[in-house]
Design a protein around this ligand. Structure first.
Ligand SMILES: Cc1ncc(COP(=O)(O)O)c(C=O)c1O
Length: 305
């Protein structure tokens, strides 16, 4: 049987239901996370990647949304491990925690409501093509401004912006969108942060560019600096720089490290995955599966050995 952690209990998946009158369903005020767990066949172990970091972000975002959950980061990590054990997951899996106001009341506000959280597991393989790379389009939709709906927080309502950009890209024959911020500089993809490589140096938009503070972005920065000995610069990036970059890749829990081989019908470099992106991918995919000893600190093992 498949279980979902729902409003305080592990319940069979078909019992985890909310009403159409649920307040957060109407106003997009839910706060969520996307977490991956990777199966290591040799060790017969499932590793949750950056469990603590995701729940830290979730609780901080909940706090900003006046959503006081009765759980600590440690509680939520333990609940997730228990859920994975109950569902006997022995393959790569995606985990979706979502906190919401359960009240059956109409008024778009964040106070005097009751927050709840649900956590479920979802089988899903690669989100984008990590082996061949993707074609992206600079979107006509601008990224949410921090003073309207902060992109920094992973709140459901902000994803209307992502859905518009992703749909436009897909309907125009591309795989993914890159959004500019209100100042016309690169922000991020519909569900990914972005990096450029120029003359051996990595460049990524800083936190002040109206982006989500990506957990993969932070990990990739460390790998670039400490393992590949590639300097990382954080600053505003103009759209024109994207068209002359040597390599471009996107990062995210779902997207992992996805190479971008074409932007707005211009090849990135020679149109193939660049050497820095490839080396980074090799290392990342080993690390997340527990195959690099010094990066096991990123992982929470699910099964007791
Ligand atoms: C808009 C957006 N940017 C960036 C990311 C990447 O963040 P992370 O690496 O924490 O998954 C995500 C995915 O969660 C996202 O939805």
């Amino acid at each position: 049987m498949e279980y979902i952690f729902f409003e305080g209990d592990f319940v069979p998946a078909d019992k985890a239901k909310i009403s159409v009158m649920t307040n957060s369903f109407h106003y997009g005020t839910a706060v969520f996370e996307g977490i991956r767990a990777y199966w290591n066949q040799e060790e017969e172990q499932l590793y949750v990647l950056f469990a603590k970091e995701h729940y830290q972000r979730l609780l901080k975002n909940c706090n900003a949304m006046f959503m006081k959950l009765p759980y600590t980061v440690e509680d939520l990590v333990n609940i997730t491990v228990e859920l994975l054990r109950k569902n006997q997951i022995r393959e790569d899996v995606y985990i979706r925690p979502i906190a919401y106001f359960k009240d059956l009341k109409l008024t778009p506000k964040l106070i005097e409501y009751t927050p709840e959280i649900a956590i479920y597991t979802y089988k899903f393989g690669r989100y984008l093509d990590t082996s061949k790379g993707i074609r992206v389009k600079v979107s006509s939709w601008r990224r949410n401004d921090d003073n309207s709906i902060p992109s920094r927080w992973k709140v459901a309502g902000a994803y209307v912006n992502s859905a518009l950009a992703k749909t436009e890209a897909l309907m125009s024959g591309y795989d993914e969108a890159i959004m500019l911020n209100q100042h016309g500089f690169l922000a991020e993809g519909s569900g990914e942060n972005i990096f450029l490589i120029r003359e051996g140096k990595a460049i990524t938009p800083s936190y002040s560019e109206h982006i989500l503070e990506g957990i993969t972005r932070a990990a990739v920065k460390k790998l670039l600096k400490n393992e590949l000995i590639v300097e990382v610069e954080e600053r505003p990036i103009a759209r024109s720089e994207l068209y002359i970059a040597d390599e471009v890749f996107m990062t995210g829990t779902a997207a992992e490290i996805t190479p971008v081989v074409e932007v707005d019908n211009r090849k990135v470099g020679n149109g193939e995955i660049g050497p820095i992106t490839r080396e980074l991918q090799d290392l990342y995919f080993k690390a997340v599966r527990g195959m690099v000893e010094r990066y096991k600190v990123w992982l929470t093992p699910v099964y007791e050995k």
